[in-house]
Design a protein around this ligand. Structure first.
Ligand code: PLP
Length: 367
């Protein structure tokens, strides 16, 4: 029997009745966007992240763009971030006319390396935006130290890190604002597109609430040019139901990671993911690294075990970002990681037998 990378069907079976009755209620009211479920979700997600404000938006990509926009970032400004991420992190910067400045990662956590960031600060730097990659938080205090008393903003791409802890504090409240994605396969996922921004500053919260509805909070009165980025009620209803289970689901992911780590320990040519002493990961994905990655992937595929490479081509080597002029060799740790990483099946409902089956195939491939 094969093993999928994620099993959304299985999770749905456990919450189906609740989801259906929430959908019926929302549809009966015909209050379909920015309604009571949205308000309640924003409050509940704020509590989960220990922040004063959450603003629901249409996707994680929008969340990043609105967060940067609300901080006034635009042409002439530089935002330092990682190249080892999903392209949306960088897209949001480029779409605002600002310049992404890509720095290398720490090879152990796969997150942005503070030392690399420090070297790239210029008078034009307006923000540092680390990505909590794979569910592991970046070293936020180190970035805060680099920023010191300057007005550079510290923003989080928390799209993969709902519930992750940095020195005991949840992702989302670790800087001047954070963007979350609720894409289908995320730890907290909608049944369509959705995202959210968390912020502490009330003035920024107000700007983002304008931006998500065409620069308006009062019908047909437009304070600024904005976006169409409402979160819809059906998505907010699903997210509320899932949020109640998220801590348990994240705990299950952490247990699975522990079992993988135990079983894969000691294999030559393989490194299991680590947690830095400041971090509690939520294992959005469970990613090993090996110079023999392609052999492992082929062996898994032959047994029907799904696997994936996050990310095969780092952003600075994507054709879409060729204008940055960063050729091969410009970010060595990022490029090495791209050649070696492999994500194994990871979702809360995964069984011990399935994990053991995956590990057996990996061990055999490396024997
Ligand atoms: C790190 C990262 N940033 C941003 C995004 C964009 O989120 P979305 O797909 O909801 O637009 C994603 C997910 O897809 C992501 O993984």
């Amino acid at each position: 029997m094969g093993v999928p990378l994620v099993d959304l069907q299985l999770q749905y079976q456990g919450i189906k009745d609740e989801v259906m009755s929430a959908f019926e209620e929302a549809l009966a009211s015909m209050h379909l966007a920015l309604g009571p479920n949205c308000d309640a979700f924003e409050q509940e997600f704020s509590e989960f992240c220990a922040v004063p404000h959450t603003i629901g938006v249409a996707s994680g990509t929008d969340a990043l763009q609105l967060l940067l926009h609300a901080h006034g970032i635009g042409p002439g400004d530089e935002v330092i971030t990682s190249s080892f991420t999903f392209i949306a992190t960088i897209e949001a910067i480029v779409l605002l006319g600002a310049t992404p400045v890509l720095a290398d990662i720490e090879p152990e956590s796969f997150c942005l390396d503070p030392a690399e960031v420090a070297e790239r600060i210029t008078p034009r730097t307006r923000a540092i935006m680390p990505v909590h990659l794979y569910g592991h938080p970046a070293d936020m205090d180190a970035f805060a130290e680099i920023i010191g008393g300057s007005d550079i903003k510290l923003l989080e791409d928390a799209a993969q890190a709902h519930g992750a802890l940095y020195r005991g504090r949840p992702a989302g409240g670790l800087g001047d604002g954070a963007a979350f994605s609720f894409y289908l396969s995320k730890n907290l996922a909608a049944y369509g597109e959705a995202g959210a921004i968390t912020v502490c500053d009330e003035a920024i919260d107000d700007i983002i609430r304008h931006l998500r509805v065409h620069g308006s909070r009062e019908r047909y009165v437009h304070r600024m040019i904005g976006y169409n980025s409402r979160i819809d009620e059906l998505q907010a209803a699903v997210l509320r139901i899932k949020l109640r289970r998220l801590a348990d689901w994240n705990e299950a992911r952490r247990r699975h990671a522990g079992r993988y780590n135990e079983q894969l320990a000691g294999l030559s040519d393989l490194r299991v993911p680590i947690e830095k002493d400041y971090a509690q990961s939520v294992y959005h994905v469970y990613t090993i690294r090996s110079p023999r990655r392609d052999e492992i992937a082929a062996a898994l595929a032959a047994e029907g075990i799904a696997n994936a490479i996050h990310y095969r081509i780092p952003c600075h080597l994507q054709e879409a970002l060729s204008d940055l002029g960063m050729g091969p060799g410009s970010l060595p740790e990022t490029e090495k990681a791209s050649d070696e990483v492999l994500s194994l099946p990871m979702y809360p409902e995964l069984t011990n037998d399935q994990i053991d089956q995956v590990c057996e195939v990996v061990a055999k491939a490396l024997a």
